[in-house]
Ligand binder design. Structure first.
Ligand SMILES: [Zn+2]
Length: 296
């Protein structure tokens, strides 16, 4: 079966094509200017599940994924999160770059998508929800829709880590941390879960991604806990760019779905989305400098 049910409706895809090509001259000149001024964007993409059939909004088909990776490879530097942070902190970046991440930890990703990235040496950070991968329990959002999908096993994650995929933490229970006010619970979801994962995989867990990842799913306290625990970076998921000189601790990510035109539209910097307001978190001045700006 080769149905791609979450593709854009034809009329929407047609409009997006028109918009993309119509705004191409302005994009081209803006991107050229940014690059010559050392202001090229540092983009972090996030996927969830890659499978033979894209049968829900967070799944991309293997076929489309391959086309997306080929297109990205031809147009951008593909970099790790560490390299992305270095380019942000350097305050200068003359080539647009993309870092690939995944959230949750679906077993299906191990069949074709991750082997492709490993084979082609495309850096990737893979965020997993600890309880699901420890206990083999399907994710609550899949159970709720009557389609319990298999999460990754610890053995799979060990093998990914050994192949160069960076494993990151995505809480213990996939909780909406914007709704958790109890510091102990936050500490467990963010820090202890990461430590448990580190111990189980015997590999450093250096990055943390917020479930759902919109501003209302994050909190200043959660950001501070992640920072003080020694995470090197946190990821949101509301769709935003990173530019040289931005806060490198908080990486804004861009969603990817089962469509190439939407990916092209984002990564060539859709003028409408360039200035997405950045989630601000209040920090202790001695630790982080001005609010939300991490200084190593
Ligand atoms: Zn998630």
């Amino acid at each position: 079966m080769n149905v791609e049910t979450t593709k854009l409706p034809l009329w929407k895809a047609g409009l997006l094509h028109l918009y993309y090509h119509g705004s191409w001259p302005i994009r081209w000149s803006q991107n050229w200017l940014r690059s010559t001024r050392g202001r090229a964007p540092i983009m972090v993409l996030f996927y969830h599940r890659i499978a033979p059939v894209a049968d829900d909004p967070w799944t991309c088909s293997n076929k489309v994924f391959v086309r997306q990776i080929r297109w990205l490879r031809a147009h951008f530097d593909l970099v790790s999160l560490t390299e992305a942070q270095q380019r942000i902190r350097r305050g200068e970046n003359d080539r647009p770059c993309v870092s690939i991440t995944f959230d949750d930890g679906y077993a299906d990703n191990c069949r074709e998508a991750l082997p492709l990235l490993i084979r082609e040496q495309v850096p990737c950070t893979y965020f997993v929800t600890v309880r699901n991968v420890f206990e083999g329990e399907p994710f609550p959002h899949d159970v709720a829709r009557g389609k319990p999908l298999q999460p990754n096993s610890i053995e799979e994650l060990k093998s990914l880590a050994a192949s160069g995929i960076e494993i990151g933490a995505h809480t213990r229970t996939h909780a909406d941390l914007g709704r958790v006010a109890d510091p102990q619970r936050l500490y467990d979801e963010i820090v202890v879960a990461g430590e448990d994962l580190q111990q189980a995989l015997d590999t450093p867990i250096r990055y943390f991604a917020f479930p759902y990842g919109h501003p209302n799913n994050m909190s200043a306290m959660a950001c501070r806990i992640a920072h003080d625990a020694g995470y090197e970076g946190i990821c949101s998921a509301y769709g935003g760019f990173n530019f040289p000189g931005d806060d490198a601790f908080h990486l804004q990510r861009i969603p990817v779905d089962n469509d190439l035109i939407r990916l092209k539209n984002w990564t060539t910097v859709d003028p409408r989305k360039e200035r997405t307001p950045r989630f601000k978190y209040q920090c202790r001045p001695h630790a982080l400098g001005p609010c939300g700006v991490y200084t190593p």
